[in-house]
Design a protein around this ligand. Structure first.
Ligand SMILES: Nc1nc2c(ncn2[C@@H]2O[C@H](COP(=O)(O)OP(=O)(O)O)[C@@H](O)[C@H]2O)c(=O)[nH]1
Ligand SMILES: [Mg+2]
Length: 363
């Protein structure tokens, strides 16, 4: 029996991991694989899971802890996908996680010989790369940028994502920066439009070492880089009228949240939502206080009620983040004649990373 392939796609918050998994589901199914996807978060009610479930492939969510701090939970998700018939699994670790080579890849190689582990691929956003290398000013905390650098250092492959937003000269410049600063081979891709994705897949599916480097990580800086972010997941029921415009509502809510965080100078890791009205879905995302609101999913979504999942990772205390959401949600709702009822809300500061395993040497 051939081994099950396992691909980890890492990268900081909003680098484009979920967009990549979304693109991979169709591509890999087209190549004859039975694909399974795994999402990961510190709490339940994850927008990424809602997005990826729409691909129609099997999805598992590991929530309540990152993969590295809950290795058994991660392996349980892998085994459950294998039991469901999957022969290729793609997993997205939490964006603020690093040290995956020591905490996930080495233990998998050591203890799960029946898995065929692909090279660790790390996505990076072009702006975030320049911030991490201190080439442009940044509101992102230096300890959060420390995590971005460690992610790139431990990668087996680096993908400069969002190449569709860059000119050819800018792509060359960014690839040059990656080459100067990190050892892994780098290529430019657009997870959103597909450019470069098949070439990268051909390469990682044909072999190559996985977890070739273990990088030095200062766990105090790493823990602080995570702790500067407030982390909010909420499930919300919305009641309007037959002609409530849910696309406009979602866009306005994201814009109002972004404006409130901007007024506080609190940089956004990401703020995203999925809203379903009957069998129709609206998706939205904003990745920086200076950024645009991006809307995806269906248009013209109207109806009397909807269910929304909201996720926000913002550089502020969990208390302040929760307060902001609890103020802006009813304000936006009332402007649309909607009543909003929060069914579940978790707001936290990620705890100190305490990995199940941490290998010192490459297996
Ligand atoms: N222009 C462009 N935007 C992208 C690309 N990949 C992701 N994005 C956008 O970046 C934002 C964050 O993407 P997401 O996949 O949720 O990132 P994650 O946090 O790493 O999972 C979303 O608004 C995506 O639409 C890309 O290749 N090009
Ligand atoms: Mg994601």
């Amino acid at each position: 029996m051939s081994k099950t392939k396992l691909i980890l796609v890492g990268g900081f918050l909003a680098a484009g991991k979920t967009t990549m998994l979304n693109a991979l589901a169709g591509r890999l199914s087209g190549r004859g694989f039975t694909v399974g996807l795994i999402t990961n978060d510190q709490a339940a009610d994850l927008v990424d899971t809602a997005i990826l479930t729409c691909t129609g492939v099997e999805v598992r969510e590991v929530s309540g802890s990152c993969f590295c701090c809950n290795f058994p939970g991660f392996m349980k998700a892998v085994e459950s996908l294998i039991d469901a018939g999957c022969d290729l699994i793609v997993a997205e670790p939490v964006g603020s996680c690093t040290d995956l080579s020591a905490t996930i890849l080495q233990p998998v190689k050591d203890m799960f010989a029946d898995l065929d582990l692909a090279p660790l691929t790390v996505l990076v956003d072009p702006v975030r790369l320049k911030e991490a290398l201190e080439l442009v000013p940044s509101l992102t905390h230096p300890d959060a940028l420390y995590i971005v650098k460690r992610q790139l250092e431990e990668a087996d492959r680096i993908l400069l994502n969002k190449a569709d937003t860059l000119t050819a000269a800018q792509v060359e410049e960014e690839l040059g920066l990656l080459k100067q600063n990190f050892s892994a081979p780098a290529a430019a891709v657009s997870a959103l439009q597909g450019d470069g994705v098949d070439a990268w897949l051909d390469e990682i599916l044909s072999g190559g070492s996985a977890g070739a480097h273990i990088t030095e990580v200062d766990y105090d800086r790493y823990a602080h880089g995570e702790a500067v972010l407030g982390w909010l997941n909420a499930a919300i029921e919305l009641t309007g009228s037959a002609d409530t415009d849910w696309n406009a509502f979602a866009e306005k809510l994201l814009a109002s949240l972004r404006d409130a965080f901007r007024a506080d100078n609190a940089e956004i890791g990401h703020v995203k939502l999925s809203l379903t009205c009957g069998d129709r879905a609206v998706l939205g995302n904003v990745g920086a206080i200076g950024g645009q609101v991006n809307m995806r999913g269906e248009t013209g979504v109207k109806g009397a009620s909807a269910v929304m999942t909201l996720n926000a990772r913002v550089q502020m205390s969990p208390e302040a983040l929760q307060k902001a959401v609890e103020a802006i949600l009813p304000e936006t709702a009332s402007a649309f004649g909607v009543s909003a009822s929060i069914k579940n809300l978790k707001c936290l500061m990620p705890g100190r990373p305490n990995p199940t395993y941490r290998y010192q040497t490459v297996i």
